[in-house]
Design a binder for this molecule. Structure first.
Ligand code: OGA
Ligand code: MN
Length: 296
């Protein structure tokens, strides 16, 4: 079966037909998906009723799996899923819905802020693949913003201003925006800020994009409040409606996005009453976006 992609939004997002993730892909299928990622930055696949193992096998076609350690406050003995999958659900290790005030739930609420996955890691993620295993009756959309379109729409003076700008990203910055600011010493060490370029160039298409996230909390060399207000304005610019696609989940959708070219955020649903079981595999990036200081 041949792969076809139909554009779903005026500036990005493709809907893919002709892929069955339960089977190994041919090299042509992998190439068609990669070309689709380069062009559309977000791809939607429907009706993929897959196991975790099938999700991991499909993901491996696109690179090395980034393990889900260091990106959360969930302890190793509290994991519901294997370490190759990020648990983006509202379920604990016993598949019970988190209590409203569960610390892990409150931490995960950070996903409601615009972000790029793993921008808080020295080597940020390339792709993310999110599989919808159980979807609530209403709410719980995922929204995506095209950061290439956002870059293109900047005026020339701002483009020049941001060209070589370096930001520091940390999970403590994004969580801090929601008033979640109490971290253990171990968590503070794990979430130590890392540096990222604000403007990235896509290695294949050469298009520039804004590498923004709510994890970005400082601009190197800038006073903090000035940096925060500048970043806030940029996020507002980048997420204006014409650059945003809202994905309404159907069970067994898999949505794949390029974290180098997009931001995304989760939208609310009845989190303490309904199950939303979505599981993410993440493809590691090629390297740091800037020279990182050596770890002590
Ligand atoms: C993610 C994420 C948003 C959502 O999986 O990285 O941010 O809607 N998900 O669950
Ligand atoms: Mn995310």
């Amino acid at each position: 079966m041949s792969v076809t992609i139909r554009q779903l939004h005026p500036v990005f997002v493709g809907e893919v037909e002709g892929i069955d993730m339960r089977r190994p892909l041919t090299p042509d299928e992998v190439a068609a998906i990669e070309a689709g990622m380069d062009k559309y930055a977000v791809l939607v696949f429907h009706d993929q009723n897959i196991s975790d193992e099938q999700q991991v096998a499909f993901s491996r076609n696109f690179g090395r799996i980034e393990l889900a350690v260091g990106g959360n406050i969930t302890k190793a003995n509290e994991r519901r899923l294997s370490v190759e999958l990020a648990d983006v659900s509202n379920l604990d290790q016993n598949s019970r819905i988190f209590a409203r005030d569960d610390r892990r739930r409150m931490f995960n609420l950070g996903n409601r802020l615009w972000h790029s996955d793993s921008s808080f890691r020295a080597v940020p993620a390339k792709y993310s693949l999110l599989s919808g295993r159980a979807i609530p009756g209403s709410g719980g959309n995922t929204e995506f913003a095209d950061m290439r379109a956002a870059y293109d729409a900047l005026d020339d003076a701002t483009k020049a201003q941001v060209e070589d700008m370096i930001c520091e990203h940390s999970l403590m910055y994004s969580r801090g925006q929601l008033g979640f600011s109490e971290f253990t010493d171990e968590e503070r060490a794990m979430f130590k800020p890392v540096r990222q370029r604000l403007v990235r160039t896509h290695p294949v298409t050469g298009r520039k994009s804004l590498f923004l996230a709510s994890h970005a909390g400082t601009i190197v060399g800038w006073p903090m409040p000035e940096a925060r207000s500048f970043l806030r304005d940029l996020v507002e610019h980048a997420t204006q409606r014409e650059f945003v696609y809202a994905h309404r989940w159907r069970q067994y959708d898999l949505v794949m996005w390029d974290n180098r070219q997009t931001m995304h955020r989760a939208r609310p649903f009845n989190e303490t009453g309904e199950v939303r079981d979505v599981r993410r595999t993440t493809i590691g990036g090629d390297g740091p976006t800037v020279q990182q200081e050596q770890a002590a």
